[in-house]
Design a protein around this ligand. Structure first.
Ligand code: F0G
Length: 434
């Protein structure tokens, strides 16, 4: 099966070897993607083989990424693969969240069940496999926290040296703690995500370090598996909508590519529509898409949101994301800090929980159903991208009425749940419980 890299820019389309260390097209600067000649489709046989693998004890079959290895055949030797049994994340019903979101029914695909607690693991196993195949020794990423936690784990597990660059003071402690614990050399840079990405791209070139941000096409390949597994879990019946948060827009790009490929290979009969939700204070893609391409893409210089995972003003993958939104007849929405905080608490009340960026999905659904864009009886899957414990500080502040937006506006704890301090006194506690 012939694998290669191809420039995503439709006016270029230049091709490169799958083993070239490239993040952008050397000719036009466009984004790159992996492309395969899949040959004759084997939809039925593949579906059967993927089901069969769920019963196997072989590590690659237990991985919710590599179980579907036929769909990302860039790896030439399985020994390059590092798996922590990523993927295998559940579809969960959230009736209370459905009601809040204006839907009859809502399903969450919870990527927070991954080994390091976020969807980044699906992509990182792909990127690290390619790093090892290329014989790289050092890998690096810039991160709002989850990519770094994931890269630290996979690089260390695979014998590579992880170097992490994060915006100083702007990632949650849960994520920083993971990077330290998994043994990454961690640089807290006094700049924002977008500025650090520019810095690290120059450093990577100078020092020969392999970059594992989502600009790396093999990260995107791995993240395709999120929608592939989702369809497998739904017996290959596509929902009407898939809703996800948008930051650097790597996931939007990966979902779109995965859906297109599944449709071309006859694995699904129709494309779901993608709905991407951004935080109001970090919504350059929303602004761009709202203008229908009449104005050029404009980065936001000072993005602000408490959902630090998506605090990104200059998302690198916007051209891919635009294509995928247009191909799936999708939409882009944005939501306020208050809307994110309340939606997050409602997801918590379902017994599910997630980190702030993930809750942008439910907040977005509520707006999109109110506007009549998503129908009340639509079949909707919202992707929760990170685990509830990624940002406990945010949770405590919300429930105790201490959460403030970046501009210092207090966030109302609409669904607040204050812990109660009590004396060591059975009578008094009995009275309080009632
Ligand atoms: N949700 C969470 C929990 C994230 O960590 C991220 C991105 C996103 C959503 C947005 O995904 O960038 O593909 O649009 N986090 C990156 C990081 C940027 O460094 O961990 P995207």
């Amino acid at each position: 099966m012939h694998s290669r890299l191809i420039c995503f820019n439709s006016s270029c389309r230049r091709e490169y070897a799958i083993t070239d260390v490239l993040y952008n097209c050397p000719k036009c600067g466009g984004l790159l993607e992996a492309r395969y000649d899949f040959g004759k489709p084997h939809a039925g046989a593949w579906k059967a083989a993927w089901r069969e693998r769920r019963m196997s004890n072989a590590p690659l079959c237990q991985s919710g990424v590599w179980r579907y290895r036929e769909l990302f055949p860039f790896v030439d030797d399985d020994r390059h693969i590092v798996t922590l049994r990523e993927g295998n994340t559940p579809l969960l019903d959230g009736p209370r969240a459905a009601e809040y979101g204006g839907l009859a029914r809502l399903t969450f695909k919870h990527q927070g069940f991954n080994p390091t607690g976020s969807f980044k693991d699906n992509g990182m196993t792909g990127g690290v496999a390619q790093a090892r195949r290329l014989g790289m020794k050092r890998v690096a990423c810039v991160s709002t926290g989850n990519t770094s936690a994931s890269m630290a784990a996979y690089a260390s597990a695979g014998g590579l040296e992880p170097l992490i660059f994060i915006p100083h003071g702007n990632i949650s402690y849960g994520k920083l703690a993971q990077a330290l614990e998994y043994g990454a050399r961690t640089f807290q840079v006094e700049a924002n995500f977008d500025q650090i990405l520019a810095l690290v791209r120059a450093l990577a070139e100078r020092l020969g370090i392999y970059l594992l941000n989502s600009i790396n096409p093999f990260r995107i390949e791995g993240q395709k598996s999120i929608v592939i597994e989702m369809m497998d879990q739904r017996d290959w019946s596509a929902p009407d909508w898939i809703v996800l948060p948008g930051g650097n827009l790597g996931n939007t790009s990966a979902f779109g590519k995965g859906l297109r490929e599944m449709s071309e290979l006859g694995l699904i009969e129709r494309l779901p529509r993608l709905a991407v939700v951004q935080a109001e204070g970090a919504s350059p893609f929303y602004e761009y898409m709202r203008a229908h391409g009449r104005t050029p893409f404009r980065a936001q210089e000072h993005p602000e949101t408490l959902a630090t995972a998506i605090k990104i003003g200059d998302p690198v993958s916007w051209p891919k994301a635009q294509f995928e939104i247009e191909t799936t007849d999708g939409v882009v929405e944005r939501v306020s800090e208050q809307e994110i905080a309340d939606a997050k608490a409602v997801i918590g009340q379902c017994g599910i929980g997630c980190e702030p960026a993930s809750a942008a999905t439910l907040a977005g659904i509520r707006k999109l159903t109110a506007a009549g864009v998503i129908a009340r009886d639509a079949d909707v899957v919202a992707v929760l991208t990170g685990n509830v414990l990624k940002d406990p500080d945010y949770i405590y502040r919300y429930h105790t009425g201490q959460l403030k937006a970046p501009d210092d506006t207090p966030i109302r704890s609409t669904f607040g749940n204050q812990p109660i301090v009590v004396p060591n006194d059975a009578e008094r506690i009995t009275q309080l419980i009632g």
